[in-house]
Write a new protein. Structure first.
Ligand code: KIV
Length: 253
């Protein structure tokens, strides 16, 4: 295990682990220079960068292309690359595609799913490839589930999430994202987890760290902002202002 992973594990339970998405070189470099612990080349790039309605349109080619730029910009942060939908349909395919993603120079891969993906996760980690798991709301299931729904709302769902957590730990994940899960359930999962939990839309302070989509944080995708995000900047407003100022300048002699 290299220093980047040791840093994440050292922080677990002591200070919050920070994870942000980036899909290109300049963003990755800015986040890296700002001291973010983990940079995620998320398949959310399907919406944030490519204009698709959800992540089910994202392919391995997209992920490889964007991961290469991010890796060039990140010197200190741990770079995790998402495995797109259908790229881990069987354990063999999962390993083949994880290897391709790691060839970009990334430090780890991430995939969505708990108990259902235990074999795929094990195939990847057994080959020495670090993997971040992802449980709770799984955006790649948006079509099957008819939308995005909060998880852990019943005792049955909470118990299924506990089993998911145990499965990904057993399969060798080094960390786990817990997305849009009832806050008390995310906190309970964190309590029993032997690996760092990283929350998103699962309540503040309920996990060992938090992950945020970069565009949501900086106001870079004004057409939709999830309710659980408080943007820290208004980049789209600044772009409009600068473009309008520049256009007005064109009228000047
Ligand atoms: O693709 C992504 O940005 C993600 C985060 C929501 C965790 O998976």
């Amino acid at each position: 295990m290299n220093e980047k992973f040791e840093n994440i594990l050292r922080k677990m339970g002591k200070s919050p682990i920070s994870q942000l998405t980036a899909y290109d070189y300049p963003t990755a470099r800015m986040l890296d220079e700002a001291g973010v612990d983990i940079i995620l080349v998320g398949d959310s790039l399907g919406m944030m960068v490519l204009g698709y309605p959800d992540t089910t349109h994202v392919t391995m080619q997209h992920m490889l292309h964007h991961a290469e730029g991010v890796v060039r910009g990140a010197k200190n942060a741990l770079v995790v690359v998402d495995m797109p939908i259908h790229s881990f349909d069987t354990p063999e395919l999962a390993l083949e595609n994880a290897r391709l993603l790691m060839q970009t120079g990334a430090d780890a891969v991430k995939l969505e799913g708990g108990t259902a993906q235990e074999a795929a996760i094990r195939a990847i980690t057994a080959a020495g490839i670090p993997l971040q798991a992802h449980i709770g709301l799984l955006p790649q299931k948006v079509k099957e589930e008819g939308g995005y729904h909060m998880k852990g709302k019943s005792d049955v769902e909470a118990e299924a999430l506990r089993k998911d957590l145990e499965a990904v730990i057993r399969a060798g994940a080094f960390s786990v994202v817990i997305e849009c899960t009832r806050h008390s359930v995310a906190a309970a999962l964190t309590k029993i987890s032997s690996i760092p939990t990283i929350g998103i839309g699962s309540g503040h302070g309920t996990c060992h760290g938090e992950v945020c989509v970069f565009h949501d944080l900086v106001g870079g995708f004004p057409w939709f902002v999830p309710g659980f995000v408080t943007p820290g900047a208004n980049i789209s407003g600044e772009i409009s202002r600068a473009v309008n100022q520049w256009k007005c300048g064109l009228l000047l002699p």
